[in-house]
Every structure is written in structure tokens, then in C-alpha cells.
Design a protein around this ligand. Sequence first.
Ligand SMILES: Cc1ncc(COP(=O)(O)O)c(C=O)c1O
Length: 413
Amino acid sequence: MSTPPTGKHAPAPKTEEHLHLADRYIAHNYYPLQVVLAEAEGAWVTDVDGRRYLDCLAGYSALNFGHRHAGLLDAARDQLERVTLTSRAFHNDQLGPFCRDLADLAGMERVLPMNTGAEAVETAIKVSRKWGYDLKGLPADQANIVVAADNFHGRTTTIVSFSTDPLAREGFGPFTPGFRIVPYGDPVAMRDAIDEETVAVLLEPIQGEAGVIIPPAGYLPAVREMCTENGVLLIADEIQSGLGRTGTTFACEIEGVVPDMYVLGKALGGGIVPVSAVVSSDEVLGVLHPGNHGSTFGGNPLGAAVGRAVVNLLQTGELQERASDLAGVLDAGLRKFVGAGVVEVRSRGLWAGIDVEPTLMSGREMSERMLAKGVLVKDTHGSTIRLAPPLVIEQDDLEWMVEQLGAVLDEAR
Ligand SMILES: Cc1ncc(COP(=O)(O)O)c(C=O)c1O
């Protein structure tokens, strides 16, 4: 096990200096913990003052394979020596193989590459609307998409139009119409919301940002069935839940559900470059024609080379197996605290949401206290924290993290 930080290195002059710069020059659209990271390897990161921390957020799942994974760095370095950007005005020799391998991994036929998660979600929205007009014959501008309350799909104006989080919405109107919001996990509400002009249901199979909310068993299969019955596309936003996090390649697999479209991002870029994609069928992605949609950086050879290396890692199934093997350690470790400072634990694979007893401390305070113990975690809402360590984490390190959590709870009680 790596040596944990002692937390006794104060004062931390370089940290102070960077916090000052951040406060003065960076837009305050985030409220980061007071740690300034400078280096990283695997599941561990080091700050500018030389203190080490176990990264149990992993870039909100963008670092599923750990920091600076050797194979992914090799793929990036090789590509840096060749060509990094071509634009889609020309072909490049990385994009075809990447899209073939990704389609194959997902059991789909075609890929539309983008960069960030939000862009991929936007792409899925546009494609499903066009599919509705071109193939279902809906009247112009009448398509609707059903989404879930407490969703998180990104930050664009259209996406925040169907957010239920006031902080994400307020001050950003006017909003994009065409979305219906139903409670997450309620198949009856979903059925009631679907009508003849519904083109798609857009869901996270597990809601990450909301606090790792797992829908009731049978919900996803029920939604799959009603989508099929009504000729509606099921879009699975697996940007955070996908690519090994839950112990399966896609979280949908846990319930044996195959969507019509996967929306992927985060870990697809190996924590090195932003790479996102919509993965679907010939029929669905076939509605797009030259000029309908695009992105200057989407499908760039550097991103495609890294993305392909990511897909190749996942093709072996080893990381999914690792997440699945360690899932029990994480879950059992955390469950011990239920009734002892923790109200509820929800976990799948190496992903957990923990509701801390609100009278004890807020999620923010919990994150700060974990930071002092040498563990990076992030609160979501209120008293909930989210754990998403890199899938390459050592079992000893995972157990050590659980011990630190126990110590923080003990000290607060
Ligand atoms: C489920 C889900 N969808 C979409 C996004 C947006 O991705 P990005 O921040 O890369 O735009 C996120 C980011 O947290 C997410 O968790």
C-alpha cells in the first residue's frame, strides 16, 4: 500500500499561492476543495506541496483506468508524434478503426464522435428528433423527449432546459421546449408521458450526479419494453455509468437492457483528452447527412487513438472484472457505517453514493475531512458524497479509504 499523507505538512505555501490565483483569475463556476494537484499516477495524486492523496473521485469516472495509464499514454505519445488534428474535412487513419472497435464493444453499428459529454447528449437529442421526423413521419417541430427528474446530462442551454436543479437553470432562460420530465424509477409515470410524438426516452441507467441513484429492479427493462412497443428510442446516457464503472461495460447490462443509443464520454478519453460519442444503429445514425451536424475536434486522430486504446482495454473484460471483484469490498466496507453516521449506501461496482447523517455534517464537510485524511471525494447534494475510485485501485488502498471514512465519522460523533 502506498504511504498515506500525514496531513501535518502545514503551512503549504505553494497551495496558498495557487488558491490565490484561482480566486483572483478563474471564473467562480466551481467550488473546489482546497487542494492543488500537480502530479498523479494510478489511483494516487500529489499536490504542489508534495502531499499525496488517494483519488476516490477519478474525474467523475473520466479516470476509470487511473491516472496516466501506461498503455493509454503510449497510444497518446505515438499519436502525438504523427498527427493530432485533421478536422473532418479529411479522413484520418485513426477514426475508422476507433469507430469500428467502439461499435463492436457496444454491439452497435455506427459511431458519431464528439468531444465532451454534453455535446454527445446534444447529438443524441438532435439525432432522435431527426429520426422522428424522417422515419416516424412526425409533423415538424412537434417531437418530444421524455427525461427523468434529478437528471444530469450536461450544461448546454438545451440540456439545462430539462434539468430539475435550480442552480443549473436559474438565470439561463429562455429554455428549449420539447422535453417532459417524469420521476426517475417510476414506470407508470413514464408510460403516461409517452405519446405519439415522443421520439426518445433519455435516461442515466444509474443517476451519478444525483448521488448514485439506482432505479428499482425491473425499471429499465420496463422502460425498454414501452419504448419498443411505442416506437420510441431508448437513449442511455452512460457517460458516467459506462465503460467498466459498475463491473460491466455498460450499466444497462446489469438489467440485461440494450438501448437504441449509447451516449459515452468521460473515460472514453482515458483521462487524457476529451472524447465522447453516440453509438447506435445504421438506421438511427443514418438520418444524418453531410452538413447536418459536426464538430471541428470531434473524431480527431489523437482522441481516436486514445479512445481506441480505451476500447481495447475494455475488450479484455479485465477492468470490468476487477470492478466487479472489488465491489463487495467497497459495499461491505461502507455498509458497516449505516446507523453509525451514515443513513444510506447505494453502490454498484466501484461506484457508491453515501448519505451521511445530516445532523453530523454536510457532504462538503465530509469531503474536507476526508481531504485532511488524504482521500479525495466529492459531495453531490446536501449530505451525500460520491465515491468513484479508479478501477485500477489496489484492494489495500480501498480498505484504507474505508478506514479513513470510519475515522472521520467517529471523530464527528
Ligand atoms: C451522465 C452524464 N451526462 C453528461 C455529462 C456531461 O459531460 P461533460 O461534462 O463532459 O459535458 C455528465 C458529466 O458529469 C454526466 O455525468
